[in-house]
Design a protein around this ligand. Structure first.
Ligand code: GAL
Length: 397
């Protein structure tokens, strides 16, 4: 009898080890691309893809069969949110979940109604990227009353206790990366001694998006001194966040502002830097500069954020200088691990429990690392990581 029990026990151990092996290899397959994007150098990224010993991610083992997840995304007006929505949907469906994905078209009331609809459908979890981060408190309370947990996606949900986790990029780090790029590219540290100054205008993000102020603060941490000592000369005089933030991240407003600056403050001067917090703003500046007669010979340095496909094409043809690569596949994966945590009780991946205070609580967060991309490294970060294909870049816009 004892022998039989021992035999059965060892058989059970062999079977469970085999099961572990198969689930960890599934996890490895899932983490391949994001691991590549998170690596700090392109070479590491390429190596990480082929690293069979990479640690399995917790979400590789999630089974969300029978669970319904509501994804409330802000807009389809910029390509990144379409990718975010699709990545989340694909990853969640691959784990067996049913997904309700809706876009608010930058209309706050529409987003509120969509979330109300998801609550009525009794979703098991809500993932929200808000249009206006502080305008959802009532519907968030309704979700909480219905027992539905909420995860903030990329944009923090403000003024509510009803948010469990936050998946984002290091938003201050985005500002620092943009600013450091400008500082190094123009050698600002030595500019003063060389008697050089650069004209610059700021196009910052939406005041109702918590990310925007973080980004601005990151920029000022690096460039603040250069604005103060005149190395960076803002002819419009507008340097504060209040004076430079653009509601709803509107490309049209950025274009309008740039046109106004060029016609007034720069009627007799050259604009050297468009410090843009978003690719959409860079497109707006590009249009304004083109109609004002700027050409490749005197084109300014233009920054951006998101590495949208259009921005990447512009980086290649020289009409945008740089952007910030935010791998939406990675962000989706971290968010999925949080969905697992609230729906199944698994451990989410968290790497920040201090920075993101929404005025009611500090929200446990996973911050992905942003990377500055320009024409010298886009190949490694954007193509070799599989984010875009050469065909994507060559396709007509
Ligand atoms: C922000 C985000 C940026 C950009 C912007 C406009 O919340 O941090 O990466 O996408 O929205 O869509």
């Amino acid at each position: 009898m004892k022998k039989l029990i021992a035999l059965l026990l060892s058989l059970a151990m062999v079977l469970s080890l085999a099961a572990c092996g198969s689930s960890s290899s599934t996890a490895e397959t899932k983490t391949e691309e994001p691991a590549a994007a998170e690596a700090s150098t392109p070479t590491e990224a390429v190596e990480a893809v082929g690293d069979a010993s990479a640690a399995p991610s917790t979400d590789g083992a999630l089974d969300l069969t029978g669970k319904k997840i509501g994804l409330a995304m802000p807009t389809q007006s910029s390509e990144r949110w379409i990718n975010d929505g699709n990545n989340m949907k694909t990853q969640l469906e691959a784990l067996g979940a049913e997904v309700v994905l809706q876009y608010g078209d930058d209309d706050i009331q529409q987003q509120v109604s969509q979330i109300e609809g998801m609550i009525a459908q009794q979703v098991d979890c809500l993932v929200i990227a808000a249009i206006d981060s502080g305008s959802l408190t009532t519907v968030e309370q309704a979700a909480a009353d219905a027992g539905i947990p909420i995860i903030a996606y990329d944009r923090l949900l403000m003024d509510t206790e009803n948010v469990t986790y936050y998946a984002t990029f290091d938003n201050k780090g985005v500002g620092v990366a943009i600013a450091k790029y400008v500082e190094e590219k123009l050698d600002l540290a030595n500019a003063k001694a060389d008697g050089k100054t650069y004209t610059c205008e700021l196009f910052m993000g939406s005041p109702d998006d918590n990310n925007a102020l973080f980004l601005y603060n990151g920029i000022m941490e690096v460039l603040g001194g250069y604005f103060e000592d005149g190395t960076l000369d803002v002819k419009s005089g507008r340097t504060s966040f209040q004076d430079t933030c653009i509601l709803r991240w509107s490309q049209e407003t950025a274009q309008q502002w740039c046109e106004n600056y060029l016609a007034s403050s720069y009627a007799d001067a050259h604009l050297d830097i468009c410090l843009c917090a978003f690719d959409g703003f860079a497109y707006g500046c590009k249009a304004a500069l083109t109609s004002a007669g700027y050409t490749a010979e005197n084109w300014p340095l233009i920054t951006g954020q998101d590495c949208e496909l259009m921005a990447t094409k512009n980086i290649i043809d020289g009409t945008q200088t740089m952007s910030i690569y935010k791998d939406t596949r990675l962000l989706a994966e971290k968010c999925v691990s949080m969905v697992g945590a609230v729906v199944l009780g698994t451990e989410p991946e968290i790497n920040d429990t201090e920075q993101y205070n929404n005025n009611v609580k500090v929200v446990p967060t996973y911050m992905c690392t942003p990377v500055a991309v320009d024409k010298d490294n886009y190949q490694e970060y954007l193509i070799d990581s599989g984010y875009y294909t050469e065909a994507d870049l060559n396709a007509a816009s």
